[in-house]
Design a binder for this molecule. Structure first.
Ligand SMILES: Nc1ncnc2c1ncn2[C@@H]1O[C@H](COP(=O)(O)OP(=O)(O)OP(=O)(O)O)[C@@H](O)[C@H]1O
Ligand SMILES: [Mg+2]
Length: 254
């Protein structure tokens, strides 16, 4: 579904991604792991058009998407969460989730101002869909709360509800359980498993190895901007290059 070929990204001449190539198979959960600063978020930003790749090719269902704007990529059905939360603080929880559907609303500004019956019906549908998404993440009772007063764990779940509400073709999750306690992590893990079982294609950036090993079909490992291994969770766990990347970093910080 997603094919990356020799993707490079430089920041002021310094390489953050160097010749990264791998693919994300349709209907599978692929985990993208690697030590801090490996380039995982940068890669997600390049795939979603938040940052332009310096060079290389990114194909989504055989269409070149490198060079497209973020909103054009989102319209193709690629949805994401951010490592650092990006909610609309002043909007309530339900409206935050509904923003995940606005590109599907299919109405122009003029149509919206006329408040045609069709549009009111469509809005009700989008609202219902958003409530279902909130319910999946146990947030329906907080639908009217302004996002800014939510606890951190709830904010992470609102982001997940927003990213999944439109049933995206490809879901990119940047550390969805970072900072959550073990109970919250377990609940999000269950939701990810359900999404995976429902046939969603997911690229998951995650440091929680227990979760990755449990739910990933395939693992891609980045280290210092390079892809150093791909394979099943078991292959990767035993790969000496991966062990060195992680242990080396641990020794350096010890
Ligand atoms: N906007 C930016 N400008 C300059 N350098 C950047 C920028 N964004 C990231 N970098 C650098 O690119 C490298 C990769 O960063 P990135 O955030 O992609 O890593 P990561 O794998 O997501 O790390 P973490 O696990 O800590 O989230 C780092 O050296 C980082 O300092
Ligand atoms: Mg990151």
């Amino acid at each position: 579904m997603l094919l990356l070929e020799s993707v490079c990204k430089n920041f002021g001449g310094l390489p953050a991604l160097s010749e990264v190539s791998f693919h994300v198979p349709k209907g599978q959960l692929t985990a993208l792991i690697g030590p801090n600063g490996a380039g995982k978020s940068t890669l997600i930003n390049c795939i979603t058009g938040v940052l332009p790749a310096t060079s290389g090719s990114i194909l989504f269902n055989s269409q070149e998407i490198s060079g497209l704007q973020a909103h054009e990529i989102s319209r193709l059905g690629i949805s994401r969460t951010f490592q650092n939360l990006r909610l609309f603080d002043r909007l309530n929880v339900l409206d935050n989730v509904m923003t995940g559907l606005t590109c599907k609303a299919g109405s122009s500004m003029v149509m919206a101002m006329l408040r045609l019956p069709y549009l009111r019906h469509r809005e009700r549908q989008l609202r219902l869909q958003s409530l279902e998404a909130l319910d999946r993440f146990g947030l329906e009772s907080k639908k009217s709360w302004p996002a800014e007063i939510l606890a951190y764990g709830d904010k992470k779940r609102v982001e997940l509800a927003r990213a999944t509400v439109g049933k995206p073709n490809l879901l990119l999750l940047d550390e969805p359980v970072a900072g959550l306690n073990s109970e919250e992590t377990g609940a999000v893990g269950e939701q990810l498993k359900l999404l995976r079982r429902a046939g969603h294609t997911i690229l998951l950036v995650e440091h929680d190895m227990e979760l990755v090993m449990e739910i990933a079909d395939k693992v891609v490992v980045l280290d210092s901007g390079r892809c150093i291994a791909t394979g099943t969770p078991d292959d990767v766990r035993r790969n000496p290059l991966v062990l060195e990347a992680y242990l080396g970093r641990m020794e350096a910080t010890a």
